[in-house]
Write a protein that binds this ligand. Structure first.
Ligand code: ATP
Length: 429
């Protein structure tokens, strides 16, 4: 690997900080107990075990985060096997990375073997080999994510902060560890923007300069990895902030030059969340709004670049189709069956995306009628009923069923008996 200038200064800790109390107070007892047991087993095996990454950052920030990531200087899978037995939990492993996940009742913990990484070329996935906790922390993205807490009983709770992560937390700064960080892995650009906006931090001055310099490196990242980053953005409480900042930094435009993270998008995202509450809007819904102002051709580029799943791609396409029908939907004279005809074949997220995006109160009202009523309307008679009534089998049945459905939609008929009378009339003709 190319040697790099260490950018965040590696420093000796002047005093030992212990987070045992914070862990006790902020984490569920079940997880605290798990870590104590795990630390005890690791000590018996003569290995050191650490809590690492986001959860340590969030412990110091006083934010709830129960996603435990443990790193052992030894063998993660062996430790996981013992812990899974004790907890009567389920274990899944990735022997090629020497990592394991344990799940029991409602809990889940990730275990990894401390590893060093090198990058064969920018944007490639790293080559990994077992190593010390120091090397493991040195491969991480930002100083605030490099802190670890020792879990062995004799050092339980001891904070390891080799890169000044705690200082940066206090100064509210996102700082990379070395000057090639974004070149090695440009997904860190999206990660950095995400942390900055989620925590209301700022990118440290030199890190920001390097980020600006290295945005072209986003071109070295596969569409799948970028899509994953975007999925993470949409899991944030306020993704619009991340997208606004990403536009400002010319990062969003790397997805597609015409994408914007502006006030319009922010309003629509807020409205989308209100509608989806208490959960978050699904990925397809957010992306349909993000792509709303793209032409069909531009949307197709985005779909293939991000390798969107069939279902999500369909939402983006449906959103564009419905957009072309908004003018028709804005006609105040439109019958209920016409509203149904214009909307029924499209996915619900695409319909709601247009409801949020449309400027026309009439079109919005029609879409609401469709969503709350028309899509549930069914006629009482079915094909068999029609045959029994003497309608000849064949395409005529389908036609009559359609006419009945239309009559129901337009409230020309409201009962089974009324439908039968209509059919009798049609057959007589
Ligand atoms: P979040 O709160 O978003 O879940 P997290 O810090 O737990 O934050 P993860 O994506 O789960 O984030 O990653 C776990 C840890 O792995 C991070 O804290 C960071 O130290 C490290 N990491 C993840 N992705 C990268 C990357 N691309 N480059 C370097 N380190 C990374």
């Amino acid at each position: 690997m190319t040697s790099v200038t260490t950018y965040a200064i590696m420093r000796e800790m002047p005093e030992v900080t212990n987070l045992a109390d914070k862990m006790e107070n902020q984490l569920p007892a079940e997880l605290v107990n798990f870590m104590r047991v795990a630390g005890g087993i690791a000590t018996k095996q003569g290995q050191s075990l650490y809590l690492v990454g986001g959860v340590v950052r969030d412990l110091l920030l006083g934010k709830a985060n129960f996603d435990l990531d443990l790193v052992i200087e030894g063998n993660a899978i062996e430790l996981a096997q013992q812990l899974a037995e004790i907890k009567l939990g389920k274990m899944t492993t990735h022997p090629q990375f020497n990592t394991a996940k344990i799940k029991w009742s409602k809990w889940s913990v990730d275990l990894a073997t401390a590893r060093a990484e090198s990058y064969a070329k920018p944007g490639a996935l790293p080559t990994v080999k077992p190593s010390s906790i120091e090397s493991d922390l040195s491969r991480r993205d930002f100083t605030i994510n490099t802190m670890a807490v020792c879990l062995n009983p004799n050092r339980y709770g001891e904070l390891i902060d080799l890169y000044g992560g705690r200082d940066d937390l206090e100064r509210r700064l996102i700082r990379i560890l070395h000057e090639r960080s974004f070149i090695d892995d440009a997904t860190r650009i999206w990660r950095g923007v995400r942390y900055e906006q989620r925590l209301d931090f700022q990118m440290e001055r030199n890190s920001l300069e390097l980020l600006r310099r290295d945005t072209p490196m986003l071109g070295t990242i596969s569409g799948d990895r970028i899509r994953y980053e975007l999925e993470c953005v949409f899991q944030e409480q306020e993704p619009e902030k991340v997208l606004r900042r990403a536009e400002e930094l010319n990062v969003l435009q790397r997805l597609h030059p015409w994408l914007r993270g502006n006030g319009w998008l922010a309003d629509k995202f807020k409205a989308a969340r209100k509608r989806a509450s208490p959960g978050l809007p699904p990925f397809g819904f957010y992306i349909a709004l993000l792509a709303y102002h793209l032409s069909n051709e531009q949307s197709e580029h985005l779909i293939s670049y991000l390798r969107l799943s069939k279902a999500v791609a369909q939402i983006v396409r449906d959103t564009a189709y419905i957009k072309t029908k908004l003018k028709a939907l804005a006609d105040p004279e439109l019958s209920r069956s016409s509203i149904y005809r214009l909307l029924h074949s499209y996915s619900q997220p695409a319909i709601i995306a247009n409801l949020l995006a449309s400027e026309s109160p009439v079109a919005c009202q029609h879409i609401e009628i469709f969503l709350s009523e028309l899509r549930y309307v069914k006629s009482a008679l079915n094909g068999n009923d029609l045959i029994k009534m003497g309608v000849p089998t064949g395409p005529y049945i389908k036609e009559i069923l359609q006419r009945l459905h239309q009559a129901r939609l337009d409230r020309k008929v409201t009962s089974k008996q009324g439908e039968e009378e209509l059919v009798k009339g049609w057959i007589a003709i």
